[in-house]
Design a protein around this ligand. Structure first.
Ligand code: NAP
Length: 259
């Protein structure tokens, strides 16, 4: 299926590895010129080169913390008029809400709620003028089914989801859609990191914990980031213009609900 986006321009945030990288790779395979961002320059450059070699697409980089004004300005300087915006950032740390002070909450809100909102603010009117825009926010399955020790994530991402629910209905008549992709467990460094606490508490090694969680998922495995990238590319496609304000869960079926 030709996704109809060859020649489009995309900013993919937090994309030197994991889910962001997979989204950038999938878009680049469709002929999209991608700007990828991350805080660590070396890995970002290596990833850009990997995507160029694999796809032949134009890949530019913008080093910076997307949770800051400067980081967002760097991304927008590298790609001032994106047709596609994939919002992403690292997830907040796990813990007990009794230990989190205001600064920790503000950090989570900056990264996982306000950064996407400010990038949308900077780009959505240009998309509306050009009559094409696709915005995808990488949130989390925790928006549908909260993960108790990830309270910062549960809170910040649900705030973003509420905001998107309203805005996405205002932009769609201009062929600008905004949707959220909700990862369940995908095989990335972040996933491994989130298992440290539960493995320790259960007296298991991280590998044992990972194996157990794989078996517990209805799919009998974790997600492959490439599967996530493919879903993102479809949401960014020319064919997805009637789909907006949706929260698409990719979790192997682990959220058990009829709807
Ligand atoms: P990952 O493998 O750890 O990759 C994170 C990427 O984001 C790296 O490229 C990292 O590079 C970059 N990054 C992190 N913070 C950044 C910031 N402030 N500004 C710019 N770049 C930043 O993580 P992942 O598994 O792909 O997760 C992506 C998002 O999905 C996270 O928010 C995570 O919580 C969420 N999620 C993941 C899963 C899962 O199973 N993997 C499940 C639910 C939700 P630098 O460190 O160099 O900046």
């Amino acid at each position: 299926m030709d996704l109809g986006i060859a020649g489009r321009r995309a900013i993919v945030c937090a994309a030197s590895k994991g889910l962001g990288k997979a989204c950038a790779m999938a878009l680049a395979r469709e002929g999209v010129a991608v700007t990828i961002t991350a805080r660590t320059a070396d890995l970002l450059e290596a990833t850009a080169e990997e995507i160029r070699k694999a796809t032949g697409a134009t890949v530019t980089t913008a080093v910076g913390d997307i949770a800051t004004e400067e980081g967002r300005a760097a991304a927008l300087a590298a790609c001032p008029e994106p047709d596609i915006l994939v919002n992403n950032a690292g997830g907040p740390p796990p813990g007990d809400f009794r230990d989190w002070d205001r600064d920790e909450w503000i950090r989570a809100l900056d990264a996982n709620m306000l950064a996407p909102i400010f990038l949308i603010k900077a780009t959505v009117d240009g998309m509306i003028d050009r009559k094409f825009g696709r915005i995808v926010n990488i949130t989390s399955g925790s928006v549908k089914s909260p993960i108790p020790h990830l309270g910062l994530s549960n809170g910040a991402r649900t705030g973003l989801t509420g905001f998107i629910a309203g805005l996405s209905r205002q932009t769609v008549r201009h062929n600008v859609t905004i949707n959220n992709l909700l990862p369940g467990p995908f095989e990335t460094d972040r996933l491994r990191g989130t298992m440290v606490g539960s493995a320790k508490a259960a007296g298991r090694s991280i590998d044992e914990e990972m194996d157990l969680r794989r078996k517990q998922n209805p799919a009998g495995r974790f997600g492959d980031p490439a599967e996530f990238g493919a879903a993102c590319a479809f949401l960014c496609s020319a064919h997805a213009g009637f789909m907006t304000g949706q929260n698409m869960l990719l979790d192997g079926g682990s959220f058990s609900g009829t709807l």
